[in-house]
Design a protein around this ligand. Structure first.
Ligand code: NAD
Length: 244
């Protein structure tokens, strides 16, 4: 049987980029998968698309209950929904800080809380959060975004400590620059998109951008029983950016 046959998974931000690649991979390995997203309509079969904004507590509760009902439980939660923010500490007004924290950090808090009763019933529960190398890299012009990802890293470790008694593992992945619609939007906004892509590529020790499938493979590993002895860790998938 495929590795995740009989398992069930919820992936937030599962309609695009890293989330969609993860949902597809978990499904290919045998899991039944629900994608919670602002725009779930394009999610391909057999993935189940469910509309929810992770910054809306009621919507998250309803969506997670619907997912658990349709899937027959939740073994795996991938907290991947996230938004970007550019700027130094002076550039973003307080409202913007609240808005981005509300999605990138509180979105994980809400979705995890809502899923926990279901995860506790699983014999092999795992939570994987999509963090970023921004959590620790000290990137210029990314104060707000980096602060949210720093919080995701701490939250991952602390939650792993709390949930270890329930047998629920909690880990995160730290993508570097992953070639997703997110990066496409960033390049679209640049004065010279081709030059910007070349500049991004030049910063990659391995000489190319990370693919969504590579990040998905790391998430799928941390979500599967093959990583059964791993909890409270972060795994970089960043072309060598943080390690070299
Ligand atoms: P993406 O924009 O392609 O996909 C993000 C998905 O999240 C979209 O489908 C979007 O609709 C959904 N989403 C956004 N806000 C939401 C909300 N409030 N509620 C529900 N869904 C919401 O981006 P991606 O590159 O696949 O990024 C996914 C994650 O990876 C994010 O957490 C991001 O911070 C992280 N990340 C990406 C990169 C990169 O280079 N692409 C690097 C490091 C970390």
């Amino acid at each position: 049987a495929p590795e995740l046959a009989g398992s069930t998974a919820v992936v937030t931000g599962g309609a695009s980029g890293i989330g969609l690649a993860t949902a597809r991979l978990l499904s290919a390995r045998g899991a039944r998968v629900a994608c919670l997203d602002l725009e779930p309509d394009g999610v391909p079969d057999p993935l189940i698309g469910i509309r929810a904004d992770v910054s809306d507590d009621d919507a998250v509760r309803t969506a997670v209950e619907q997912a658990a009902r349709l899937l027959g439980g939740i073994d795996i939660l991938v907290n991947n929904a996230g938004i970007g923010a550019q700027g130094t500490i002076e550039d973003n007004p307080d409202d913007e800080w609240r808005r981005v924290f509300d999605v990138n950090v509180f979105g994980i808090v809400r979705t995890t809380r809502a899923a926990l009763p279901h995860l506790r019933r699983s014999s092999h529960a795992a939570i994987v959060n999509t963090c970023s190398i921004a959590a620790t890299a000290g990137l210029p012009d990314r104060a707000l975004y980096s602060a949210t990802k720093g919080a995701v890293l701490s939250l991952t470790r602390a939650t792993a400590a709390d949930l270890v008694h329930d047998g629920i593992r909690v880990n995160c992945v730290n993508p570097g620059t992953a070639d997703t619609p997110w990066i496409a939007r960033l390049l679209d906004r640049a004065d010279d998109p081709e030059a910007e892509r070349a500049a991004l590529t030049a910063r990659q020790p391995l000489g190319r951008l990370v693919t969504a499938d590579e990040v998905a493979a790391a998430i799928a590993y941390l979500a599967s029983p093959l990583s059964g002895s791993t909890t409270g860790t972060d795994l970089a998938v960043d072309g060598g950016m943080s390690g070299l």
